[in-house]
Design a protein around this ligand. Structure first.
Ligand SMILES: *[C@@H]1O[C@H](CO)[C@@H](O)[C@H](O)[C@H]1NC(C)=O
Ligand SMILES: *[C@@H]1O[C@H](CO)[C@@H](O)[C@H](O)[C@H]1NC(C)=O
Ligand SMILES: *[C@@H]1O[C@H](CO)[C@@H](O)[C@H](O)[C@H]1NC(C)=O
Ligand SMILES: *[C@@H]1O[C@H](CO)[C@@H](O)[C@H](O)[C@H]1NC(C)=O
Length: 512
């Protein structure tokens, strides 16, 4: 490890470095990008960025829900530390005065600015995007965010609805624009205005798409004709999947255009034709937001700016008959992670190591040398500045051709709560309130297996009851990367389950 850092110092010298950071986060984006080998995707701008970046092949969110995932990423602490599994608590009041990623840069002389959806809005960021702590100026929100769920989507009979699938003519939308277009303009304005500044910046730009509703300028459909869309080969619910693992995609059912179809709760299925149109609209949203990212990147100085592109979690597009997030499946938890480092990643460098979103904060600290490397958070003491992740710098340097591979983490962890053992509308079993949480699905993924166990959870003491098991899942990603076959009852695999279970209970600290 020491030699790696020495090498880093050789490349960059020991002088003050302090590059800018441009942190771009998308909402609900699985790796549906050409750089991840997705041939349905058309995402040329992120592709160009990837040609001069580290591309993380195995990056995972800690929970497949916006607020818990974003707070986890931005504080480098896990949902079990923040006690946040829903939308309804603010860590500074609930658990500790933890320093955030942007706050750390602010406290070390950076100008920090938030545009669009970076923190999840509402209680979980104290209705202020964590002001006055995280940002040197007031966060920017597009005016058209207020129409996020308005009835602005055209039905075939000419009426307007709150639809899931919502291609629009931008000029005819309220205020003649869309939130991500407004955010892009603001980001471009900021980048142009700071071009000659000597103070470095940490600019966070949070795009709303491809989160539902799929509201995007209709011309992006041209890149994704329906005839080119194919259905997932594994679009049925696996027979061995425990009920507790199933997320009934309630947010999809609630949209006007889907509600009309009276799809049976909780298992559906969604008709093939709608499934295809969902895939088409998701990919059109990705092409749309990729176009906007291109406009932002055109204005960034790549010689002096670290650029990060990632997402808060993934999204199921019909795999296992599932849609949306709210699960521990690969589709819901795996995310894109692309990091451009000036003078270090002049071409595309794939990083295969297992990676978690909690790793981003310590990585950016090491890449910018804004401060000493972050300490790992101790088990008992409460520190304001520390990490429950691990800096990716060693595996990044190890992935450069000239060095030998560096071993990263041996496992990553995700979790998802449930109010009961079976899917329910009320309480909403996709995203239960803390007071309703009775079960936690803990999941560990190694280079070969994913093992998930759904166990009793005490929502007052935040404790798992590992003796009360509601469901288990074991997938072998080497032979079944799609997670179609739950192997948990195989007699011959019980010794492996026993080992994985032990590691799952011991948690992330033991898997470094
Ligand atoms: C929390 O941290 C901030 C920034 O370090 C500090 O200004 C504030 O006083 C702290 N609040 C409490 C209650 O300790
Ligand atoms: C959260 O916001 C409220 C209302 O603006 C404010 O009184 C409170 O101090 C804030 N909490 C923290 C920890 O800053
Ligand atoms: C649709 O698929 C065909 C055949 O693979 C391909 O030639 C065409 O370019 C695709 N259309 C678009 C807009 O990607
Ligand atoms: C990268 O290299 C260029 C050209 O040598 C130099 O001007 C620039 O300052 C370097 N950037 C960083 C962040 O070291």
């Amino acid at each position: 490890m020491k030699t790696i850092f020495l090498l880093f110092l050789c490349i960059f010298g020991a002088r003050a470095y302090r590059p800018n950071v441009l942190f771009i986060i998308l909402d609900d984006l699985r790796p549906a990008l050409q750089v991840y080998g997705d041939t349905t995707s058309y995402s040329p701008n992120i592709n160009s960025l990837a040609k001069k970046s580290f591309v993380f092949q195995q990056a995972y969110a800690q929970q497949a829900l916006c607020a818990p995932s974003r707070n986890s990423l931005l504080t480098s602490r896990r949902p079990d530390t923040l006690h946040l599994y829903d939308f309804y608590s603010y860590w500074r009041d609930a658990v500790g005065n933890f320093t955030t990623l942007p706050q750390h840069f602010k406290e070390h002389g950076y100008q920090t600015y938030s545009i669009g959806k970076v923190f999840h809005p509402g209680i979980s960021s104290n209705f202020s995007d964590d002001q006055p702590y995280s940002w040197t100026r007031s966060p920017y929100h597009p005016k058209t965010e207020q129409f996020k769920n308005a009835k602005v989507c055209t039905n075939s009979d000419g009426t307007l609805g709150k639809n899931l699938i919502c291609p629009v003519v931008t000029e005819f939308q309220p205020l003649g624009t869309l939130p991500d277009i407004e955010s892009t303009n603001e980001a471009v304005k900021f980048l142009q205005a700071t071009k000659t500044n000597t103070q470095p910046y940490f600019l966070a730009v949070g795009f709303h798409k491809p989160h539902i509703p799929f509201k995007f300028p209709e011309r992006y459909l041209d890149y994704h004709p329906l005839s080119n869309i194919s259905l997932p080969s594994n679009r049925v619910r696996p027979s061995l999947l425990p009920d507790v693992a199933w997320n009934p995609w309630i947010d999809i059912r609630e949209r006007d255009d889907v509600k009309k179809l009276n799809i049976p709760f909780p298992y559906g299925p969604i008709p093939d034709d709608l499934n295809k149109r969902i895939i088409q609209a998701y990919y059109a949203s990705v092409t749309y937001v990729d176009d906007l990212i291109g406009k932002v990147l055109q204005n960034a100085d790549f010689t002096n700016t670290i650029v990060v592109v990632t997402s808060d979690h993934g999204w199921s597009l019909g795999q296992h008959g599932e849609f949306s997030k709210y699960s521990n499946f690969e589709e819901a938890t795996r995310v894109p992670l692309i990091i451009h480092v000036p003078n270090l990643s002049e071409k595309r460098i794939n990083v295969d190591s297992l990676t978690e979103l909690v790793d981003i904060f310590p990585t950016l600290v090491d890449l910018t040398r804004v401060s000493e490397p972050l300490l790992r958070c101790p088990k008992s003491a409460i520190l304001n500045v520390c990490t429950e992740g691990k800096s990716l710098l060693p595996v990044m340097l190890g992935s450069l051709e000239m060095h030998k591979k560096v071993q990263g983490k041996s496992a990553i962890f995700t979790q998802h709560p449930r109010p009961g053992a079976r899917p329910t509308l009320n309480p909403n079993s996709d995203k239960p309130h803390l007071r309703d949480i009775q079960i936690m699905g803990y999941s560990i993924k190694t280079n070969v297996y994913r093992y998930s166990e759904w166990v009793g959870f005490d929502n007052e003491n935040f404790r798992a009851n590992w003796t009360k098991i509601y469901g288990r899942e074991l997938y072998n990603h080497q032979i079944d990367p799609q997670e179609n076959l739950n192997l948990e009852d195989r007699a011959d695999l019980q010794p492996i389950i026993k080992k994985l279970r032990k590691r799952l209970i011991l948690g992330w600290r033991k898997s470094y």
